[in-house]
Ligand binder design. Structure first.
Ligand SMILES: [Zn+2]
Length: 229
């Protein structure tokens, strides 16, 4: 799943767990992806790209055993829960954070081709429902999902524009017929890692910045102004 829609997931979790800081949830939904970025730059994990890249079909997350396996996700989510629950005595925030961390790989399983290992030690039996095999359908599903998260959260129109805007900006990745910057990724997987990192940072910052909810905006607008003395 693309960065903006992972970020949108944090909005739904925030709606259900208002006590959890949105900034923490936004980092949590991308924690496994941030590990992926670090492991790729360190050469511990790697991606490959075709000699010509026209859509997501030409990008392969070839080796992601530590950042994206089901087992490592469960271990990291459990550790986060343990630290926040026992270390900081914040049971609700602990649950919200663990859900946010686990949501990343769950959503990736729904979209990715079969590149997600069950454990870091098993290269066989990888999972993935393969939505990206039909890129335009994936674009519609991802964009609809992002908008649904915004609607559940009751976000502002600015937030909607950010979610739709980032999805539209990625459309060239979802259609071989539409040329776009993905062509630059040909035989250049390091650039892929950089592009993903930039999208993670931008979407986290913007979603956090424009996270005021509609009901909150209305409350602020309808508050009577104090007469000046
Ligand atoms: Zn991912």
């Amino acid at each position: 799943m693309f960065a903006i829609n992972h970020a949108a997931t944090a909005l739904v979790i925030k709606k259900h767990y208002p006590e959890a800081p949105l900034s923490l949830l936004l980092i949590s939904v991308q924690l496994m992806e941030l590990l992926w970025v670090g492991f790729n730059f360190a050469g511990i994990e790697y991606s490959t790209t075709e000699a010509t890249v026209t859509s997501v079909l030409d990008v392969h997350l070839a080796h992601i055993p530590y950042s994206h396996s089901i087992l490592s996700t469960l271990v990291v989510a459990s550790l986060a829960w343990l630290i926040i629950r026992k270390g900081f005595n914040k049971p609700v925030i602990a649950v919200a954070t663990a859900i946010a961390i686990a949501s990343h790989v769950l959503l990736d399983v729904l979209t990715h081709s079969q590149d997600i290992p069950l454990t870091p030690f098993t290269e066989i039996n990888k999972v993935g429902l393969g939505l990206y095999a039909v890129p335009l359908a994936a674009f519609v599903v991802e964009t609809t999902y992002g908008i649904l998260c915004w609607w559940i959260y009751r976000g502002s129109m600015s937030l909607l524009a950010i979610i739709v805007g980032f999805n539209l900006a990625n459309i060239t990745f979802f259609s071989a017929a539409i040329p776009g910057p993905e062509a630059l990724l040909a035989d250049n997987p390091v650039l892929l890692t950089t592009v993903v990192l930039v999208q993670i940072v931008l979407t986290l910052v913007l979603v956090n910045r424009f996270s005021d909810r509609q009901d909150h905006i209305r409350q602020v607008k309808s508050k009577p102004t104090m007469p000046s003395t």
